[in-house]
Design a protein around this ligand. Structure first.
Ligand SMILES: Cc1cc2nc3c(=O)[nH]c(=O)nc-3n(C[C@H](O)[C@H](O)[C@H](O)COP(=O)(O)OP(=O)(O)OC[C@H]3O[C@@H](n4cnc5c(N)ncnc54)[C@H](O)[C@@H]3O)c2cc1C
Ligand code: HEM
Length: 402
Protein backbone atom coordinates (compact mmCIF):
# COMPACT_ATOMS: atom_id res chain seq x y z
CA UNK A 1 0.00 0.00 0.00
CA UNK A 2 1.53 3.30 -1.08
CA UNK A 3 1.32 6.00 1.59
CA UNK A 4 -0.82 9.12 0.89
CA UNK A 5 2.26 11.31 1.32
CA UNK A 6 4.14 9.31 -1.33
CA UNK A 7 1.19 9.58 -3.71
CA UNK A 8 1.18 13.34 -3.19
CA UNK A 9 4.93 13.72 -3.79
CA UNK A 10 5.01 11.39 -6.80
CA UNK A 11 2.05 13.10 -8.46
CA UNK A 12 3.43 16.58 -7.83
CA UNK A 13 6.92 15.70 -9.11
CA UNK A 14 5.73 13.60 -12.07
CA UNK A 15 5.59 16.57 -14.52
CA UNK A 16 9.22 17.49 -13.69
CA UNK A 17 10.29 13.90 -14.16
CA UNK A 18 8.34 13.72 -17.41
CA UNK A 19 10.10 16.84 -18.65
CA UNK A 20 13.46 15.21 -17.95
CA UNK A 21 12.18 11.69 -18.59
CA UNK A 22 14.49 10.77 -21.42
CA UNK A 23 17.54 12.38 -19.77
CA UNK A 24 16.77 10.37 -16.61
CA UNK A 25 16.37 7.06 -18.42
CA UNK A 26 19.51 7.73 -20.52
CA UNK A 27 21.45 8.40 -17.28
CA UNK A 28 19.90 5.29 -15.75
CA UNK A 29 20.87 2.99 -18.63
CA UNK A 30 24.41 4.46 -18.76
CA UNK A 31 24.92 3.66 -15.07
CA UNK A 32 23.25 0.28 -15.38
CA UNK A 33 25.51 -0.95 -18.18
CA UNK A 34 28.68 0.31 -16.43
CA UNK A 35 27.80 -1.30 -13.10
CA UNK A 36 26.09 -4.39 -14.50
CA UNK A 37 27.57 -5.12 -17.93
CA UNK A 38 25.79 -8.50 -17.84
CA UNK A 39 22.54 -6.55 -18.44
CA UNK A 40 23.73 -5.93 -22.00
CA UNK A 41 23.01 -9.62 -22.61
CA UNK A 42 19.30 -9.01 -22.02
CA UNK A 43 18.61 -5.47 -23.25
CA UNK A 44 18.52 -4.77 -26.99
CA UNK A 45 21.52 -2.47 -27.28
CA UNK A 46 20.37 -1.18 -30.68
CA UNK A 47 17.18 0.12 -29.03
CA UNK A 48 19.53 1.89 -26.61
CA UNK A 49 21.60 3.46 -29.40
CA UNK A 50 18.47 4.61 -31.20
CA UNK A 51 16.94 5.89 -27.94
CA UNK A 52 13.65 3.99 -28.40
CA UNK A 53 13.88 1.94 -25.21
CA UNK A 54 14.79 4.90 -22.90
CA UNK A 55 11.79 6.75 -24.37
CA UNK A 56 9.44 3.82 -23.74
CA UNK A 57 10.66 3.37 -20.17
CA UNK A 58 10.34 7.12 -19.49
CA UNK A 59 6.76 7.07 -20.80
CA UNK A 60 5.92 3.98 -18.73
CA UNK A 61 7.17 5.60 -15.54
CA UNK A 62 5.39 8.87 -16.20
CA UNK A 63 2.13 7.11 -16.98
CA UNK A 64 2.51 5.13 -13.79
CA UNK A 65 3.09 8.31 -11.76
CA UNK A 66 -0.06 9.85 -13.21
CA UNK A 67 -2.16 6.87 -12.20
CA UNK A 68 -0.43 5.96 -8.96
CA UNK A 69 -3.73 6.25 -7.05
CA UNK A 70 -5.72 4.28 -9.68
CA UNK A 71 -3.39 1.44 -10.59
CA UNK A 72 -6.24 -0.54 -12.17
CA UNK A 73 -5.94 1.82 -15.17
CA UNK A 74 -2.51 0.30 -15.87
CA UNK A 75 -3.85 -3.24 -16.33
CA UNK A 76 -3.18 -3.51 -20.09
CA UNK A 77 0.24 -1.90 -19.87
CA UNK A 78 1.28 -4.17 -17.00
CA UNK A 79 0.28 -7.23 -19.01
CA UNK A 80 2.28 -6.33 -22.11
CA UNK A 81 5.39 -5.40 -20.04
CA UNK A 82 5.07 -8.61 -18.00
CA UNK A 83 4.76 -10.73 -21.16
CA UNK A 84 7.85 -9.06 -22.64
CA UNK A 85 9.77 -9.57 -19.38
CA UNK A 86 8.78 -13.24 -19.18
CA UNK A 87 9.97 -13.87 -22.75
CA UNK A 88 13.33 -12.43 -21.71
CA UNK A 89 13.48 -14.46 -18.46
CA UNK A 90 13.56 -11.39 -16.19
CA UNK A 91 13.78 -12.48 -12.53
CA UNK A 92 12.68 -10.75 -9.27
CA UNK A 93 16.37 -10.43 -8.26
CA UNK A 94 16.92 -8.03 -11.18
CA UNK A 95 14.36 -5.49 -9.91
CA UNK A 96 16.49 -3.92 -7.13
CA UNK A 97 19.35 -3.46 -9.64
CA UNK A 98 17.05 -1.56 -12.00
CA UNK A 99 15.50 0.38 -9.06
CA UNK A 100 18.83 1.52 -7.60
CA UNK A 101 20.12 2.75 -10.94
CA UNK A 102 16.85 4.44 -11.84
CA UNK A 103 16.82 6.38 -8.57
CA UNK A 104 20.47 7.29 -9.08
CA UNK A 105 19.54 8.51 -12.59
CA UNK A 106 16.80 10.71 -11.08
CA UNK A 107 19.32 12.10 -8.59
CA UNK A 108 21.92 12.74 -11.31
CA UNK A 109 19.53 14.67 -13.59
CA UNK A 110 17.51 16.59 -10.98
CA UNK A 111 20.57 17.45 -8.83
CA UNK A 112 19.66 19.38 -5.66
CA UNK A 113 15.97 19.27 -6.61
CA UNK A 114 16.05 15.53 -5.84
CA UNK A 115 15.59 15.90 -2.08
CA UNK A 116 15.76 12.77 0.13
CA UNK A 117 11.98 13.07 0.55
CA UNK A 118 11.41 13.00 -3.23
CA UNK A 119 13.88 10.17 -3.84
CA UNK A 120 12.31 8.24 -0.92
CA UNK A 121 8.83 8.66 -2.38
CA UNK A 122 9.96 7.47 -5.81
CA UNK A 123 11.75 4.50 -4.22
CA UNK A 124 8.49 3.50 -2.55
CA UNK A 125 6.56 4.02 -5.78
CA UNK A 126 9.09 1.99 -7.81
CA UNK A 127 8.84 -0.85 -5.31
CA UNK A 128 5.05 -0.85 -5.57
CA UNK A 129 5.20 -1.07 -9.37
CA UNK A 130 7.97 -3.70 -9.18
CA UNK A 131 5.77 -5.76 -6.84
CA UNK A 132 2.90 -5.62 -9.35
CA UNK A 133 5.13 -6.70 -12.24
CA UNK A 134 6.96 -9.38 -10.23
CA UNK A 135 3.59 -10.75 -9.07
CA UNK A 136 2.14 -10.91 -12.59
CA UNK A 137 5.37 -12.34 -14.03
CA UNK A 138 5.48 -15.02 -11.34
CA UNK A 139 1.87 -15.97 -12.19
CA UNK A 140 2.79 -16.28 -15.86
CA UNK A 141 5.90 -18.36 -15.08
CA UNK A 142 3.88 -20.68 -12.83
CA UNK A 143 1.08 -21.00 -15.37
CA UNK A 144 3.60 -21.90 -18.10
CA UNK A 145 5.53 -24.42 -16.02
CA UNK A 146 2.27 -26.17 -15.04
CA UNK A 147 1.52 -26.82 -18.72
CA UNK A 148 2.86 -29.90 -20.45
CA UNK A 149 6.32 -29.19 -21.86
CA UNK A 150 6.24 -25.73 -20.29
CA UNK A 151 9.46 -24.41 -18.78
CA UNK A 152 10.89 -21.45 -16.96
CA UNK A 153 13.81 -19.47 -18.30
CA UNK A 154 15.69 -20.21 -21.51
CA UNK A 155 16.18 -23.74 -22.89
CA UNK A 156 18.35 -25.17 -25.65
CA UNK A 157 16.62 -25.74 -28.97
CA UNK A 158 18.21 -27.33 -32.00
CA UNK A 159 17.70 -26.06 -35.56
CA UNK A 160 15.90 -28.85 -37.35
CA UNK A 161 15.58 -27.12 -40.68
CA UNK A 162 16.57 -23.79 -42.27
CA UNK A 163 14.39 -22.64 -45.17
CA UNK A 164 14.95 -19.60 -47.40
CA UNK A 165 11.50 -18.00 -47.83
CA UNK A 166 12.58 -15.02 -50.00
CA UNK A 167 15.69 -12.95 -50.66
CA UNK A 168 15.06 -11.20 -47.31
CA UNK A 169 13.44 -13.80 -45.03
CA UNK A 170 14.70 -17.17 -43.81
CA UNK A 171 12.83 -19.56 -41.49
CA UNK A 172 14.34 -21.67 -38.72
CA UNK A 173 12.46 -24.75 -37.45
CA UNK A 174 13.27 -25.46 -33.81
CA UNK A 175 12.86 -28.44 -31.48
CA UNK A 176 13.96 -28.99 -27.86
CA UNK A 177 17.53 -30.31 -27.74
CA UNK A 178 16.64 -32.80 -24.98
CA UNK A 179 13.81 -34.29 -27.04
CA UNK A 180 10.99 -32.84 -24.87
CA UNK A 181 7.93 -31.68 -26.80
CA UNK A 182 7.75 -27.99 -27.73
CA UNK A 183 5.90 -25.68 -25.33
CA UNK A 184 2.30 -24.68 -26.01
CA UNK A 185 1.79 -21.24 -27.54
CA UNK A 186 -0.92 -19.07 -29.02
CA UNK A 187 -0.69 -17.95 -32.68
CA UNK A 188 0.67 -14.38 -32.59
CA UNK A 189 3.06 -14.97 -29.67
CA UNK A 190 6.84 -14.57 -29.81
CA UNK A 191 9.95 -16.07 -28.27
CA UNK A 192 13.28 -14.53 -27.28
CA UNK A 193 16.55 -15.85 -28.66
CA UNK A 194 19.77 -15.16 -26.77
CA UNK A 195 22.68 -15.45 -29.18
CA UNK A 196 26.38 -15.74 -28.41
CA UNK A 197 28.03 -14.12 -31.41
CA UNK A 198 31.82 -14.43 -31.79
CA UNK A 199 33.86 -11.20 -31.61
CA UNK A 200 31.12 -9.25 -29.82
CA UNK A 201 31.38 -8.11 -26.19
CA UNK A 202 28.05 -9.42 -24.91
CA UNK A 203 25.19 -11.73 -25.83
CA UNK A 204 22.35 -10.48 -28.03
CA UNK A 205 18.72 -11.08 -27.09
CA UNK A 206 16.02 -10.55 -29.71
CA UNK A 207 12.32 -11.39 -29.93
CA UNK A 208 10.96 -13.34 -32.90
CA UNK A 209 7.30 -14.10 -33.53
CA UNK A 210 6.36 -17.72 -34.12
CA UNK A 211 5.35 -18.02 -37.76
CA UNK A 212 3.74 -21.44 -38.06
CA UNK A 213 0.58 -23.04 -36.71
CA UNK A 214 0.53 -24.11 -33.07
CA UNK A 215 -0.44 -27.54 -34.38
CA UNK A 216 3.08 -28.68 -35.33
CA UNK A 217 5.85 -30.43 -33.39
CA UNK A 218 8.31 -27.58 -33.93
CA UNK A 219 8.52 -23.85 -33.30
CA UNK A 220 9.23 -21.84 -36.42
CA UNK A 221 10.66 -18.32 -36.60
CA UNK A 222 11.13 -16.38 -39.82
CA UNK A 223 13.81 -13.73 -39.75
CA UNK A 224 14.38 -10.80 -42.07
CA UNK A 225 18.05 -10.00 -42.62
CA UNK A 226 18.32 -6.38 -41.48
CA UNK A 227 20.66 -4.55 -43.80
CA UNK A 228 21.91 -1.05 -43.12
CA UNK A 229 24.90 0.68 -41.61
CA UNK A 230 25.71 -1.41 -39.69
CA UNK A 231 23.87 -4.59 -40.71
CA UNK A 232 21.58 -6.05 -38.04
CA UNK A 233 23.70 -8.04 -35.58
CA UNK A 234 21.35 -10.91 -34.70
CA UNK A 235 19.50 -11.33 -37.99
CA UNK A 236 22.72 -11.32 -40.05
CA UNK A 237 24.26 -13.87 -37.70
CA UNK A 238 21.19 -16.09 -37.95
CA UNK A 239 21.12 -15.88 -41.76
CA UNK A 240 24.84 -16.36 -42.30
CA UNK A 241 26.02 -18.56 -39.44
CA UNK A 242 23.16 -20.62 -38.05
CA UNK A 243 22.68 -23.86 -39.93
CA UNK A 244 20.75 -27.06 -39.33
CA UNK A 245 21.98 -28.74 -36.14
CA UNK A 246 22.96 -25.45 -34.43
CA UNK A 247 21.77 -25.00 -30.82
CA UNK A 248 19.94 -21.80 -29.82
CA UNK A 249 18.96 -20.52 -26.38
CA UNK A 250 15.20 -19.85 -26.47
CA UNK A 251 12.82 -18.27 -23.94
CA UNK A 252 9.22 -19.27 -23.28
CA UNK A 253 6.60 -18.21 -25.91
CA UNK A 254 4.96 -15.01 -24.65
CA UNK A 255 2.96 -11.98 -25.72
CA UNK A 256 -0.64 -10.91 -25.77
CA UNK A 257 -1.07 -10.36 -29.50
CA UNK A 258 -3.24 -13.41 -30.06
CA UNK A 259 -6.56 -14.39 -31.57
CA UNK A 260 -9.61 -13.56 -29.48
CA UNK A 261 -11.84 -16.51 -28.69
CA UNK A 262 -14.83 -15.77 -30.95
CA UNK A 263 -16.27 -16.78 -34.32
CA UNK A 264 -16.13 -13.44 -36.14
CA UNK A 265 -14.44 -13.14 -39.56
CA UNK A 266 -10.77 -12.23 -39.36
CA UNK A 267 -8.76 -9.76 -41.43
CA UNK A 268 -4.96 -10.09 -41.21
CA UNK A 269 -2.91 -7.19 -42.61
CA UNK A 270 0.82 -7.74 -43.00
CA UNK A 271 3.58 -5.29 -43.91
CA UNK A 272 6.90 -6.94 -44.87
CA UNK A 273 8.29 -9.31 -42.25
CA UNK A 274 5.38 -8.25 -40.00
CA UNK A 275 3.60 -11.15 -41.64
CA UNK A 276 5.18 -13.65 -39.21
CA UNK A 277 2.68 -13.56 -36.29
CA UNK A 278 -0.17 -13.24 -38.82
CA UNK A 279 1.09 -16.30 -40.69
CA UNK A 280 0.81 -18.29 -37.47
CA UNK A 281 -2.76 -17.00 -37.03
CA UNK A 282 -3.58 -17.69 -40.70
CA UNK A 283 -2.33 -21.27 -40.52
CA UNK A 284 -4.22 -21.91 -37.30
CA UNK A 285 -7.43 -20.32 -38.64
CA UNK A 286 -7.32 -22.14 -41.97
CA UNK A 287 -6.33 -25.51 -40.49
CA UNK A 288 -8.35 -25.57 -37.31
CA UNK A 289 -11.41 -23.33 -37.74
CA UNK A 290 -14.14 -22.48 -40.24
CA UNK A 291 -13.87 -18.73 -39.70
CA UNK A 292 -13.81 -16.42 -42.71
CA UNK A 293 -10.28 -15.15 -43.25
CA UNK A 294 -8.80 -12.42 -45.44
CA UNK A 295 -5.01 -12.14 -45.56
CA UNK A 296 -3.79 -8.81 -46.93
CA UNK A 297 -0.08 -9.05 -47.65
CA UNK A 298 1.89 -5.89 -48.45
CA UNK A 299 5.43 -6.42 -49.75
CA UNK A 300 7.93 -4.61 -51.94
CA UNK A 301 7.83 -7.17 -54.75
CA UNK A 302 8.07 -10.89 -55.55
CA UNK A 303 11.75 -11.06 -54.58
CA UNK A 304 11.09 -10.38 -50.92
CA UNK A 305 7.55 -11.76 -50.63
CA UNK A 306 7.46 -14.81 -48.34
CA UNK A 307 5.00 -17.66 -47.72
CA UNK A 308 3.28 -17.70 -51.14
CA UNK A 309 2.80 -21.49 -51.08
CA UNK A 310 1.40 -21.51 -47.55
CA UNK A 311 -1.04 -18.69 -48.29
CA UNK A 312 -2.26 -20.46 -51.46
CA UNK A 313 -2.63 -23.72 -49.51
CA UNK A 314 -4.86 -21.99 -46.93
CA UNK A 315 -7.09 -20.61 -49.68
CA UNK A 316 -8.18 -24.14 -50.64
CA UNK A 317 -10.54 -23.88 -47.69
CA UNK A 318 -13.84 -22.11 -48.39
CA UNK A 319 -14.11 -18.63 -46.90
CA UNK A 320 -10.39 -17.88 -47.12
CA UNK A 321 -9.07 -15.21 -49.47
CA UNK A 322 -5.97 -13.11 -49.89
CA UNK A 323 -4.97 -9.78 -51.41
CA UNK A 324 -1.38 -9.14 -52.45
CA UNK A 325 0.00 -5.61 -52.76
CA UNK A 326 3.42 -4.69 -54.17
CA UNK A 327 4.68 -1.14 -53.84
CA UNK A 328 7.93 -1.67 -55.77
CA UNK A 329 6.83 -4.34 -58.25
CA UNK A 330 9.49 -5.80 -60.54
CA UNK A 331 9.10 -5.56 -64.30
CA UNK A 332 8.34 -9.27 -64.26
CA UNK A 333 5.56 -8.90 -61.63
CA UNK A 334 2.33 -8.71 -63.63
CA UNK A 335 -0.53 -6.74 -62.05
CA UNK A 336 -3.75 -8.74 -62.01
CA UNK A 337 -1.90 -12.01 -62.52
CA UNK A 338 0.96 -12.12 -59.99
CA UNK A 339 -0.39 -9.49 -57.59
CA UNK A 340 -3.62 -7.61 -56.97
CA UNK A 341 -2.77 -4.01 -56.23
CA UNK A 342 0.08 -1.60 -56.99
CA UNK A 343 1.18 0.72 -54.17
CA UNK A 344 0.41 1.03 -50.48
CA UNK A 345 -2.77 -0.20 -48.86
CA UNK A 346 -5.54 2.37 -49.44
CA UNK A 347 -9.10 2.92 -48.28
CA UNK A 348 -10.68 1.55 -51.47
CA UNK A 349 -8.78 -1.76 -51.27
CA UNK A 350 -9.57 -2.16 -47.58
CA UNK A 351 -13.21 -1.11 -47.97
CA UNK A 352 -13.65 -3.88 -50.56
CA UNK A 353 -12.79 -6.58 -48.00
CA UNK A 354 -15.99 -8.54 -47.32
CA UNK A 355 -17.33 -8.31 -43.74
CA UNK A 356 -14.67 -5.72 -42.80
CA UNK A 357 -16.89 -3.98 -40.26
CA UNK A 358 -17.93 -7.25 -38.61
CA UNK A 359 -14.37 -8.59 -38.58
CA UNK A 360 -11.65 -8.59 -35.97
CA UNK A 361 -8.52 -7.11 -37.52
CA UNK A 362 -4.91 -7.98 -36.66
CA UNK A 363 -1.96 -6.19 -38.22
CA UNK A 364 1.80 -5.95 -37.94
CA UNK A 365 4.56 -4.31 -39.95
CA UNK A 366 6.83 -1.25 -40.00
CA UNK A 367 5.66 1.71 -37.92
CA UNK A 368 4.59 3.90 -40.90
CA UNK A 369 2.62 0.98 -42.34
CA UNK A 370 0.91 0.43 -38.99
CA UNK A 371 0.04 4.11 -38.61
CA UNK A 372 -1.46 4.13 -42.12
CA UNK A 373 -3.41 0.92 -41.49
CA UNK A 374 -4.80 2.21 -38.20
CA UNK A 375 -5.89 5.46 -39.87
CA UNK A 376 -7.64 3.57 -42.69
CA UNK A 377 -9.45 1.32 -40.22
CA UNK A 378 -10.60 4.41 -38.30
CA UNK A 379 -11.79 6.11 -41.47
CA UNK A 380 -13.70 2.98 -42.51
CA UNK A 381 -15.42 2.84 -39.14
CA UNK A 382 -13.92 -0.38 -37.75
CA UNK A 383 -14.56 -0.40 -34.00
CA UNK A 384 -11.57 0.19 -31.74
CA UNK A 385 -12.21 -3.09 -29.86
CA UNK A 386 -11.87 -4.99 -33.15
CA UNK A 387 -8.40 -3.59 -33.87
CA UNK A 388 -5.26 -5.43 -32.67
CA UNK A 389 -1.63 -4.85 -33.55
CA UNK A 390 1.92 -5.85 -32.63
CA UNK A 391 5.14 -3.85 -32.65
CA UNK A 392 8.46 -5.40 -33.63
CA UNK A 393 10.18 -3.19 -31.06
CA UNK A 394 9.27 -1.34 -27.88
CA UNK A 395 5.54 -0.57 -28.03
CA UNK A 396 4.90 3.03 -29.06
CA UNK A 397 1.91 5.26 -29.66
CA UNK A 398 0.80 5.19 -33.30
CA UNK A 399 0.28 8.65 -34.75
CA UNK A 400 -2.64 8.62 -37.15
CA UNK A 401 -1.94 9.63 -40.74
CA UNK A 402 -4.37 12.03 -42.44
C1 LIG B 1 7.59 -8.93 -30.38
C2 LIG B 1 8.60 -8.90 -31.50
C3 LIG B 1 8.52 -9.82 -32.53
C4 LIG B 1 9.42 -9.80 -33.59
N1 LIG B 1 9.30 -10.71 -34.59
C5 LIG B 1 10.17 -10.69 -35.62
C6 LIG B 1 10.05 -11.64 -36.69
O1 LIG B 1 9.17 -12.50 -36.69
N2 LIG B 1 10.95 -11.58 -37.71
C7 LIG B 1 11.95 -10.64 -37.74
O2 LIG B 1 12.75 -10.65 -38.71
N3 LIG B 1 12.07 -9.72 -36.75
C8 LIG B 1 11.23 -9.75 -35.69
N4 LIG B 1 11.37 -8.83 -34.67
C9 LIG B 1 12.51 -7.89 -34.71
C10 LIG B 1 13.75 -8.58 -34.10
O3 LIG B 1 13.57 -8.73 -32.71
C11 LIG B 1 15.03 -7.77 -34.30
O4 LIG B 1 14.81 -6.47 -33.84
C12 LIG B 1 15.48 -7.75 -35.75
O5 LIG B 1 15.81 -9.07 -36.18
C13 LIG B 1 16.73 -6.87 -35.92
O6 LIG B 1 17.72 -7.32 -35.03
P1 LIG B 1 19.25 -7.28 -35.44
O7 LIG B 1 20.06 -7.63 -34.25
O8 LIG B 1 19.48 -8.04 -36.70
O9 LIG B 1 19.44 -5.78 -35.82
P2 LIG B 1 20.07 -4.64 -34.90
O10 LIG B 1 21.53 -4.84 -34.78
O11 LIG B 1 19.27 -4.56 -33.66
O12 LIG B 1 19.80 -3.39 -35.85
C14 LIG B 1 18.48 -3.05 -36.24
C15 LIG B 1 18.51 -1.93 -37.26
O13 LIG B 1 19.08 -0.78 -36.65
C16 LIG B 1 20.17 -0.29 -37.44
N5 LIG B 1 21.20 0.18 -36.50
C17 LIG B 1 22.08 -0.56 -35.80
N6 LIG B 1 22.85 0.23 -35.04
C18 LIG B 1 22.44 1.50 -35.28
C19 LIG B 1 22.84 2.78 -34.80
N7 LIG B 1 23.82 2.90 -33.94
N8 LIG B 1 22.17 3.85 -35.24
C20 LIG B 1 21.16 3.75 -36.13
N9 LIG B 1 20.76 2.58 -36.64
C21 LIG B 1 21.39 1.47 -36.22
C22 LIG B 1 20.64 -1.48 -38.26
O14 LIG B 1 21.21 -1.06 -39.49
C23 LIG B 1 19.37 -2.24 -38.48
O15 LIG B 1 18.70 -1.77 -39.62
C24 LIG B 1 10.47 -8.84 -33.61
C25 LIG B 1 10.58 -7.92 -32.54
C26 LIG B 1 9.66 -7.95 -31.51
C27 LIG B 1 9.79 -6.97 -30.38
C1 HEM C 1 9.12 -1.31 -12.36
C2 HEM C 1 10.05 -1.72 -13.17
C3 HEM C 1 10.00 -1.84 -14.67
C4 HEM C 1 9.23 -1.17 -15.59
C5 HEM C 1 8.18 -0.10 -15.35
C6 HEM C 1 9.58 -1.68 -16.89
C7 HEM C 1 9.02 -1.25 -18.08
C8 HEM C 1 9.31 -1.77 -19.31
C9 HEM C 1 8.66 -1.37 -20.55
C10 HEM C 1 7.57 -0.33 -20.68
C11 HEM C 1 9.22 -2.09 -21.55
C12 HEM C 1 8.87 -2.03 -23.04
C13 HEM C 1 7.87 -3.12 -23.34
C14 HEM C 1 7.66 -3.27 -24.83
O1 HEM C 1 8.54 -3.81 -25.52
O2 HEM C 1 6.65 -2.83 -25.33
C15 HEM C 1 10.22 -2.95 -20.96
C16 HEM C 1 11.03 -3.80 -21.68
C17 HEM C 1 12.13 -4.41 -21.12
N1 HEM C 1 12.42 -4.50 -19.78
FE1 HEM C 1 11.45 -3.64 -18.27
N2 HEM C 1 10.57 -2.62 -16.75
C18 HEM C 1 10.84 -2.75 -15.42
C19 HEM C 1 11.77 -3.60 -14.85
C20 HEM C 1 12.68 -4.34 -15.56
C21 HEM C 1 13.70 -5.16 -14.97
C22 HEM C 1 13.93 -5.41 -13.49
C23 HEM C 1 14.43 -5.67 -16.00
C24 HEM C 1 15.63 -6.56 -15.83
C25 HEM C 1 16.74 -6.46 -16.44
C26 HEM C 1 13.84 -5.19 -17.24
C27 HEM C 1 14.27 -5.51 -18.51
C28 HEM C 1 13.61 -5.18 -19.66
C29 HEM C 1 14.09 -5.53 -21.00
C30 HEM C 1 15.38 -6.28 -21.31
C31 HEM C 1 13.16 -5.05 -21.91
C32 HEM C 1 13.23 -5.13 -23.45
C33 HEM C 1 14.09 -3.97 -23.87
C34 HEM C 1 14.31 -3.86 -25.37
O3 HEM C 1 13.66 -4.53 -26.18
O4 HEM C 1 15.16 -3.03 -25.71
N3 HEM C 1 12.78 -4.39 -16.92
N4 HEM C 1 10.24 -2.75 -19.61
Amino acid sequence: MISPNTIKIVKSTAPVLAEHGEAITQAFYKRLFIQHPEMKNIFNMTHQKKGTQPKVLANAIFMYAQYIDQLEVLGGAVESIAQKHVSLTITPEMYPIIGENLLAGIGEVLGDAATPEIVGAWAEAYQALADILIGREEDIYLDRTKKESGFRGHKDFVVLKKVVESTAITSFYLQRKDGTAIPEFQPGQYIALTLTIPNTTHQHTRNYSLSDCNCKDYLRISVKKETGTPDGVASTYLHENIEEGAVLSVGMPSGEFMLKEEDKPVVLIAGGVGITPLMSMYKYLTNRTNRKVTMIQCALNSNVRAFETEIEEGKKREGVRSILLYDQALETDVLGKDYDHQGYLDAATLAAVPYLKESTVYFCGPKAFMANTLSLLNILGVEEEAINYEFFGPAEELELVN
